[in-house]
Design a protein around this ligand. Structure first.
Ligand code: PEP
Ligand code: MG
Length: 586
C-alpha cells in the first residue's frame, strides 16, 4: 500500500481500477482486430508514416534555413528512420501475424528499437534514444488521430492516472466512465483541475510521478477532498474510504435540498450565482441546478479536439443550442481564449510552435491577442455569436484584455462583423452588451477606464493571480506560491470592484475563487454581488450566503485588508467559515 499526497483539485472519493496513460496520454491497449480489418489497419499505418515523414521533411528544410546544418541533421535522422522499409515491415508483420492494432504493433516495434539503441556502446546511438521517443509520439499521434483509439472509448469505469490531461483531450473524454483523475502536474486552477470540478469528478493534482508508481489495472483510492491517493489499499483502508464516500454523498444530497431556495443573505441581499460552462450542453445542467445564468462560457473548447476550425454555421448551431438551454437567462459568451495549453495543432502558427518565440506561452500570443492577429477566424466566431444572440439574453465577453487599445480593436472587429451581417441580410443581435475579463494587473489598475467603456467587468482570478504573483498556475513546483488570497491580489480585486461602483458598471467574478466557500464572505464584503462558478459548486456557495449577513461580510473584508501575509488571510477565513459552516470540510 502506498499513500501519496498531492493538491486537492476536485472533491469527492473514488475507488476503482487505474488507467495509466503514457506520457503522451494515449491509451494503447493490446487489442486484436478481425481479419477483415487488416487492410484498413495497414493503410492507417502507412498514412501515419507518410504524414510523419512529410512533417519531419518540412522541419528539416525549415531548420536548415533558420538554424543550420546541425539541427537539420537531427530531422534528417528522423526522416530516414521513418522512411525505413524495415521499420514498416516489422510493424506490418505484427499486425498480420498477431492481429494487433497498428498503434499497439508500432509501439511494440519502437520498444524493441529503443532497447536496441540503449544497449549499444556507441554514445551517438545512445543519444538517439530520445529521438526515437519523439518519432514514436509523432507517428502514434497520427495513427491514433485516425483510429481514435484514445480515452474517448472506455468500456468500464476507471480512475485516469496521467502526467496531465490537455484541454484537447478533456473535450473528447468519455465522461460516463471516468471516476477520477490522479495527475502528476498542475495546481488548483490548472485546466485539468477546472475540468474535473466542471465534471464533478474527484481529482488530485501535483502528485509528481504518480504515473510511475501505479500500474494499469491496480485498484486505487483517490480522495479529492484531501488530496490523497492510495495505491493497492488493503481491505480495511478501502472500507474506511467507502464510509467517507458515503459521507460525501450524503453531504451532496443535503446541498441538493437548497436547489429552489434563493441565494439571499440573512439581511436580505440577493446574490447572483452564475455558472461557468465549457460545452453548450452544460447550460441546461447549470440552469437545472438553479444558476441565475451563465457567467462564463469558455468557447475555446469548440476549437479543441478537432482537426480544423468549426465553420460559422457549426459555431452558430452550437451557440444557438446554448441560448435555447439558457431559457431566457443571461448567457455570457466569452470569445475564444486560445493559447498556451488551450491550443489546437491546426491553429498553431508555424513560427510560434517551432521556434524560440514560444518560451513563455502564457505571456505570448494568447487569447484576445491571438484573435486580433487572426481576424478572419475571430470575425467568423463573432458572426456566429451575433447571429445566435438574436433569441436570448446574450452578452459578449473579451478575455485577457490588457490595454484599452485591445478592447477598442476587439470592439471594432465586432462592428465589422455586424456590418458584414447587415450587408448579407442575415439577422443578428444589434444591442449586445460587451464586457471584458479583468485578468491582468494592468486591467485591474486601469479598471476605472475599462469600466467607462465596457458594459460589465468580470474578474478572472485564475489568471489575475498568475500574473500578479508571477506564478505559473499549472506548475506544481510553484503551486505553494499561488494564492488568490495574497493581499496583493486582494487589493487589485478591491480596486476593480470600487472602479465598477464609481462608473456604475456591474462587476462579477468568474475565476475559481468565486466557487470556493472559504472566500465567499470576503468577496461579498468587498462588494461583489455576482459570482460565477462550476455548476456543482453553486449549492455550497448558496448555503454560505444564506448563513451570513452583509454586515458580517463587510467586517471580515475590513479585517482581511489589514493583513500583509496570505497565511494570516487564509487562517482567518478558515476560522470564519467554520463558525457558520462546520460541514464544509476545511
Ligand atoms: C480566469 O483566468 O480566472 C478565468 C476564469 O479564465 P480561464 O480559467 O479560462 O483562464
Ligand atoms: Mg483566464
Amino acid at each position: 500500500m502506498i499513500t501519496k499526497k498531492g493538491i486537492n483539485a476536485s472533491p469527492g472519493v473514488a475507488i476503482g481500477p487505474a488507467l495509466v496513460l503514457d506520457t503522451e496520454e494515449y491509451r494503447i491497449p493490446r487489442r486484436t482486430i478481425a481479419p477483415a480489418q487488416l487492410a484498413a489497419e495497414i493503410a492507417t499505418l502507412d498514412a501515419a508514416l507518410d504524414t510523419s515523414r512529410q512533417e519531419v521533411a518540412d522541419l528539416r528544410v525549415a531548420a536548415a534555413r533558420k538554424l543550420g546544418d546541425k539541427t537539420s541533421a537531427i530531422f534528417a535522422f528522423h526522416e530516414e528512420f521513418i522512411a525505413d522499409k524495415g521499420l514498416r515491415n516489422a510493424v506490418v508483420e505484427l499486425i498480420e501475424k498477431q492481429r494487433y492494432t497498428a498503434a499497439y504493433a508500432f509501439g511494440q516495434v519502437m520498444n524493441q528499437r529503443q532497447r536496441m539503441f540503449r544497449s549499444v556502446s556507441d554514445p551517438y546511438l545512445k543519444e538517439r534514444v530520445r529521438d526515437l521517443f519523439d518519432i514514436e509520439k509523432r507517428v502514434l499521434r497520427h495513427i491514433l488521430g485516425r483510429a481514435r483509439e484514445n480515452i474517448a472509448r472506455l468500456t468500464e469505469p476507471v480512475i485516469i492516472v496521467a502526467h496531465d490531461i490537455t484541454p484537447s483531450q478533456a473535450i473528447q473524454l468519455d465522461r460516463a466512465h471516468i471516476l477520477g483523475f490522479a495527475i502528476n502536474v498542475g495546481g488548483q486552477t490548472s485546466h485539468t483541475a477546472i475540468i474535473a470540478r466542471m465534471l464533478g469528478i474527484p481529482a488530485v493534482v501535483a502528485l509528481n510521478d504518480i504515473t510511475s508508481d501505479i500500474a494499469g489495472g491496480e485498484t486505487i483510492i483517490l480522495d479529492g477532498t484531501h488530496g490523497v491517493v492510495v495505491a493497492n489499499p488493503d481491505e480495511q483502508t478501502i472500507e474506511r474510504y467507502r464510509s467517507r464516500q458515503r459521507e460525501y454523498r450524503a453531504f451532496e444530497a443535503q446541498l441538493a435540498e437548497l436547489r429552489d431556495l434563493p441565494a439571499v443573505t440573512e439581511d436580505g441581499t440577493r446574490i447572483l450565482l452564475m455558472a461557468n460552462i465549457e460545452l453548450a450542453a452544460e447550460t441546461r445542467m447549470a440552469i437545472d441546478v438553479s444558476a441565475d445564468g451563465v457567467g462564463l462560457y469558455r468557447t475555446e473548447f469548440l476549437f479543441l479536439g478537432t482537426d480544423r476550425a468549426p465553420t460559422e454555421e457549426q459555431q452558430y448551431e452550437v451557440f444557438r443550442g446554448a441560448v435555447r438551454h439558457a431559457r431566457g437567462k443571461p448567457l455570457t459568451i466569452r470569445t475564444m481564449d486560445l493559447g498556451a495549453e488551450k491550443m489546437a495543432e491546426y491553429l498553431r502558427d508555424y513560427d510560434e510552435g517551432q521556434s524560440q518565440l514560444n518560451h513563455n506561452p502564457v505571456l505570448g500570443l494568447r487569447s484576445v491577442r491571438y484573435c486580433l492577429t487572426h481576424l478572419d477566424l475571430f470575425k467568423t466566431h463573432l458572426r456566429a455569436i451575433l447571429r445566435a444572440a438574436v433569441d436570448g439574453d446574450v452578452r459578449i465577453m473579451f478575455p485577457m484584455i490588457t490595454t484599452l487599445m485591445e478592447l477598442r480593436q476587439a470592439r471594432s472587429t465586432l462592428h465589422d462583423a455586424m456590418e458584414d451581417l447587415e450587408e448579407d441580410g442575415i439577422p443578428f443581435a444589434r444591442e449586445i452588451p460587451v464586457g471584458i475579463m479583468v485578468e491582468t494587473p494592468a486591467a485591474a489598475l486601469l479598471a476605472g477606464a475599462f469600466a467607462r467603456e465596457a458594459a460589465f467587468l468580470s474578474i478572472g482570478t485564475n489568471d489575475l493571480t498568475q500574473y500578479t504573483l508571477a506564478v505559473d498556475r499549472s506548475n506544481q513546483r510553484v503551486a505553494h506560491l499561488y494564492s488568490p488570497h495574497n493581499p496583493a491580489v486582494l487589493k487589485l480585486i478591491r480596486e476593480v470592484i470600487q472602479a465598477g461602483r464609481r462608473a456604475q458598471t456591474p462587476v462579477a467574478m468568474c475565476g475559481e475563487m468565486a466557487g470556493s466557500p472559504i472566500y465567499t464572505e470576503l468577496l461579498l464584503g468587498l462588494g461583489l454581488r455576482e459570482l460565477s462558478m462550476a455548476p456543482k459548486e453553486i449549492p455550497e456557495i448558496k448555503r454560505v450566503i444564506r448563513r451570513t449577513s452583509l454586515k458580517r461580510c463587510e467586517g471580515i473584508a475590513r479585517k482581511v485588508l489589514r493583513f500583509d501575509g496570505d497565511r494570516e488571510v487564509i487562517n482567518y477565513l478558515r476560522d470564519k467559515l467554520r463558525e457558520i459552516s462546520p460541514e464544509s470540510g476545511i
